[in-house]
Design a binder for this molecule. Structure first.
Ligand code: SF4
Ligand code: SF4
Ligand code: SF4
Length: 248
């Protein structure tokens, strides 16, 4: 029996689901091992009978929390899809300000108070609301990694993400380190798996795949001192995908 799979989205650009839609011929391999029963971006049918839920996006409202908890109850396995779901991503930047300040900035004096759609709280990643069984990081996700993780979940295995930094992939690609070119980069503290796509294309890493568990802040500070990069510049990079109110 193929496990039944459903896709859901919360606050997001839906770019991660689009990566799945764009799997093209590889999607046929996946259809051999799972049965997709709900996927708003790709099909009209919907079913609440599913085994694996892929959830994209961040949680911003009480109504989102309720819906996510229902999805959690229905699913045997819940997978966070993309940076917004795994770590809050760019949506967490909003948490720099109070909810009232953000509503005022966006809607001015429009009457949004009391409307359930505008009843928002500071942005949360999925694991701040429910238990998450597996993560597919990145903004957007990597299609090959998605295929590998789906295969491993469908076979009842726990998917594993790389536990080494982006710098390892960057060195394998024989790139010149962007610090040498006067830029900054979060490669030393960010989980690999994207084949260091940004540094390989001449841009510093912004940490969209989230930080390694063993966040070596002191080693990162040594690199900054060596290349004379200010903490302010780095904090802008840190905050883009990994904003924390209390800092690092
Ligand atoms: S992680 Fe990035 S690509 Fe995916 S939904 Fe969020 S903003 Fe879009
Ligand atoms: S460019 Fe970034 S990822 Fe590559 S080696 Fe330098 S710090 Fe590491
Ligand atoms: S290099 Fe960094 S920012 Fe770019 S895709 Fe990889 S983890 Fe994300």
């Amino acid at each position: 029996m193929r496990p039944k799979v459903a896709f859901f989205d919360f606050a997001s650009c839906e770019g991660c689901q689009l990566q799945v839609v764009n799997l093209e011929e590889k999607i046929l391999d996946l259809i051999d091992i799972v049965e997709v029963v709900s996927f708003r971006e790709a099909m009209k049918e919907h079913s609440d009978q599913y085994d694996i839920a892929f959830v994209e996006g961040s949680i911003m409202r009480p109504m989102d929390e309720e819906r996510l908890k229902k999805i959690r109850m229905n699913a045997k396995v819940l997978v966070a899809l993309g940076a917004c779901a795994c770590i809050g991503g760019v949506n967490k930047l909003r948490n720099k300000w109070s909810v009232d300040e953000v509503l005022k900035e966006v809607y001015g004096d429009a009457p949004v108070k009391g409307n359930e759609y505008f009843d928002v709280f500071p942005t949360k990643a999925l694991n701040e609301v429910v238990a998450v069984d597996a993560y597919i990081p990145g903004c957007p996700i990597d299609r090959n990694e998605f295929s590998k993780i789906v295969t491993s979940i469908a076979m009842g295995r726990k998917p594993r993400l790389p536990s080494y930094p982006v710098c390892v992939e960057c060195k394998k690609n024989e790139n010149i380190c962007v610090f040498e070119l006067g830029q900054s980069c979060l490669g030393p503290v960010t989980r690999a798996g994207c084949n260091a796509i940004c540094p390989t294309n001449g841009e510093g890493c912004d940490g969209c795949r989230g930080f390694l568990e063993d966040l070596r802040v002191n080693a990162m500070k040594d690199v900054l001192r060596k290349y004379n990069v200010s903490l302010d510049v780095m904090m802008k990079r840190f905050n883009l995908y990994n904003f924390k109110k209390e800092g690092y």
